[in-house]
Design a protein around this ligand. Structure first.
Ligand code: ZN
Length: 658
């Protein structure tokens, strides 16, 4: 099917470029742009490693339907209707209603459901309800009840409710709870969790909470034979094939445990899997596959299904290996109270990777750094794996260079600032991410008796702030130049200027006017930047300037700014280590949530004038088996498709299980 093509105003001859460059941005609509990434290093893999990666990627893609259903129980029903329309109804070229429908469909595919992937709000179609109904009818999939769900803004208004005043369990559209209140869920988990267990399982990670016929609160597991059985069976099948060609025995043991966990739903087995998975630091191919991150659950227990397959970037990993080897030095010299430092930082393994396949909650929108597992005691006893994803970060940069405008040009105050950013911006930012992931999250410890859940709903934002501050503080440390990681003693300034600009202004482009700042990473950045702006005001550390009616925030004293980062890091570490909920809450509510409405309006208008998209996502290369004349698989090669909707429809057909 075809997208209605725009009609050119004049017939100017189009010049073919002599050598067509690889185009990174392949689609854009609403507030989104879709890119494609390459897999550097794929060719150097052995056939067996490629086969291993291929089956892991298949296993990852089979989890797609799980995430859709987790995000809201009506999502798969909606997707099946969209697929039927896109496949069976001829595109009406130039019809504004059809274009609006198409944009809606693309947005829903991007979000893995009917709610905005970042803002949580329900996406409403831009075409009329009557028109949508006519498309459904033409495709033979009329569904008046679904139509009401799509168009009535009062039904499932938010995926994860950001209204903290109401019952966030009842008000969230996520499919983690049914017929239970927040109070009932909290009471239930308080009754089953053992507070004295030094190795607590992640209670509730892989279940849905409902009431049984007797009105008792119970958990229904996501496992083979339980909820999501069909998808998990296919995942296990592909994982078995992968295990047969794994690179080493640790990987084999890990995968066997993962399969066992999917079959039993036993969270002790999940922990055992994670312990094995952390040990595998020698393999080139690695993966994430499971119910991993709990950001989408209003109570932070239930994990969204996520998949990731990647290969190690040996060159770039040298940098993070140096950081890991020196982890204890960074811990011992950090500006926090010695009582809150780890005496021994264990197993901070870190590497730079290139993505091979994104899936579940990492597709199409993906993080650029990952640090797992999440269980605190495993991290403490066995360590964690920390990665930065090079080919995704580079694709963002390369895609931005395809455009004439940039946020840097618009929001940086001076030529000098732009030059600084161009010279050191990319590398300084990558190094800050390395520090955040390898050392930041792994640093610090709780005082004995302080619960890891003491910070409640403020935990994510405070934890991100802690990791960011740790990274910011050390980005400017002479040790970084000494270790051969930072290329120049001045390079950190590019990251500082960028961080402040982003935290105080640029990132607000992602928030709807009139709405508060609710996402954890964005809250963290605003908290850090806003706090430093306020505390540094008397010394003019960060100066607000207005030129031609436009606002700018300029870092005036980099040394003092670093001292402020140190001070806030010490305070947030204290809050976490002591479990000082009230102080954490006060920091977030004072500095992270409310956006100055005038500035917000200005930033949105300036950003809009650039014609850029605030969110990006990626489609995957198709990894295709290459067959010999006899029909045997002799190789696997990545095919860099550029058809966003095509991949969405293909995945629906090929990996649809639920
Ligand atoms: Zn983080």
């Amino acid at each position: 099917m075809g997208v209605a093509a725009g009609v050119a105003a004049c017939d100017a001859p189009v010049k073919e470029p002599a050598e067509p460059a690889f185009k990174y941005t392949i689609d854009s609509f609403a507030d989104l742009k879709v890119m494609r990434y390459r897999i550097p290093g794929w060719e150097s893999l052995s056939f067996q490693q490629k086969e291993y990666a291929y089956h892991l990627a298949e296993a990852a893609k089979y989890g797609r339907d799980i995430l859709w259903d987790q995000n809201c129980k009506e999502n798969l029903r909606l997707r099946h209707v969209l697929e039927a329309i896109l496949e069976n109804v001829d595109a009406e070229e130039g019809n504004a209603d059809y274009d609006a429908f198409l944009t809606y469909a693309k947005r829903v595919f991007f979000s893995n459901g009917m709610h905005h992937h970042y803002a949580e709000d329900k996406i409403l179609p831009g075409c009329s309800r009557e028109y949508f109904a006519s498309l459904m009818e033409a495709a033979g999939v009329s569904d008046p009840e679904l139509l009401e769900i799509i168009y009535n803004p009062a039904i499932y208004p938010q995926r994860r409710s950001t209204e903290t005043s109401g019952d966030i369990v009842k008000n969230s559209a996520v499919n983690f709870y049914d017929g239970v209140t927040r109070e009932e869920v909290e009471k239930y988990y308080a009754s089953i969790a053992d507070p004295n267990d030094p190795e607590p399982i992640s209670y509730g990670l892989n279940t849905k909470v409902v009431k049984n016929e007797k009105g008792k609160v119970v958990e229904l597991p996501w496992k083979v034979g339980g909820i999501y059985s069909a998808a998990l069976e296919k995942i296990c099948e592909e994982l078995s094939k992968a295990a047969a060609v794994a690179e080493n025995d640790i990987q084999k043991r890990a995968i066997a445990l993962l399969i066992d966990y999917y079959k039993t739903g036993d969270l002790r087995t999940w922990d055992k899997f994670n312990i094995e998975w952390v040990k595998d630091t020698l393999g080139t191919v690695d993966f994430i596959n499971g119910f991993i991150e709990d950001y989408n659950d209003p109570l932070g227990r239930k994990a969204s299904w996520e998949g990731y397959v990647n290969i190690k970037d040996f060159e770039a990993s040298r940098r993070t290996e140096i950081l890991s080897q020196n982890a204890q030095w960074f811990e011992d010299n950090s500006p926090v109270d010695p009582r809150f430092r780890k005496e021994k930082v264990k197993g901070v393994s870190a590497k730079v990777i290139n993505a091979v396949c994104l899936a579940g909650d990492s597709y199409p929108s993906t993080p650029i750094g990952i640090n797992l597992p999440n269980a605190d005691w495993i991290r403490k006893e066995h360590g964690s794996k920390s990665v930065t994803i090079a080919n995704i970060t580079h694709t963002y940069d390369l895609a931005a260079q395809e455009l004439p405008n940039s946020t840097l040009k618009e929001f940086a105050y001076s030529k000098k600032e732009i030059e600084l950013a161009k010279k050191w911006g990319t590398i300084a930012d990558e190094i800050h991410t390395d520090l955040h992931e390898c050392l930041g999250h792994a640093s610090g410890q709780l005082l004995p008796g302080v619960s890891s859940t003491a910070m409640g709903e403020y935990a994510s934002a405070l934890e991100e702030a802690r990791a960011d501050l740790f990274g910011l503080y050390y980005t400017a440390d002479p040790k970084m130049v000494e270790l051969g990681i930072m290329p120049d003693p001045e390079a950190y300034k590019a990251e500082y200027a960028n961080y402040i600009r982003n935290g105080l202004m640029v990132q607000f482009t992602r928030v709807e006017l009139g709405r508060p700042n609710t996402e954890a990473h964005m809250q963290n950045r605003k908290l850090v930047a806003e706090w430093c702006y306020e505390k540094g005001a008397k010394d003019k550390v960060i100066v607000k300037k207005v030129k031609d009616g436009k606002t700018y925030f300029v870092v005036n004293d980099y040394v003092k700014l670093r001292a402020l980062f140190a001070e806030l890091l010490a305070e947030i570490q204290r809050i976490k280590s002591e479990g000082d909920y009230q102080a954490g809450k006060a920091l977030i509510e004072t500095y992270a949530v409310n956006i100055d409405p005038e500035l917000h309006k200005e930033v949105k208008a300036r950003y809009e004038s650039l014609g850029l998209k605030p969110y990006g996502g990626f489609i995957n290369p198709e990894i295709r088996p290459v067959l010999s004349a006899e029909g045997a698989v002799v190789d696997y090669e990545p095919v860099y498709t550029d058809d966003y909707l095509g991949q969405m429809l293909l995945y629906g057909k090929k990996y649809g299980t639920l």
